[in-house]
Design a protein around this ligand. Structure first.
Ligand SMILES: [Zn+2]
Length: 94
């Protein structure tokens, strides 16, 4: 699953790109809430359709400079064990 980012704050990086700051959530463009179910408008979250969720992970992401925290529910929902093989449906029929 590919997701973008919603965040409580924003800043402009050295390249002039609006980047997320503060607390970040996973957000699927086209929806009006985060992956964990927080309504964007109610929580005053900014949308970052041009930023990939993987790029705001503090350990590895290139757009994580100003990220203070990552929503745990969203992280769990996106799955953190990215070195594993993609999830596969097992057909129970004989
Ligand atoms: Zn969240």
């Amino acid at each position: 699953m590919r997701a973008s980012v919603a965040a409580t704050d924003s800043w402009r990086d050295p390249d002039g790109i609006r980047s997320p700051a503060g607390e970040v959530h996973a957000w699927l463009p086209g929806t009006n809430q985060t992956l964990c179910g927080t309504p964007l408008r109610k929580a005053r979250l900014g949308r970052f359709p041009h930023i990939d969720w993987r790029d705001v992970q503090p350990a590895t992401g290139r757009d994580a400079d100003r990220v203070a925290s990552v929503c745990r529910k969203c992280a769990a929902g996106m799955g953190q064990r990215r070195d594993e093989k993609p999830w596969k449906r097992i057909d129970p029929r004989p």
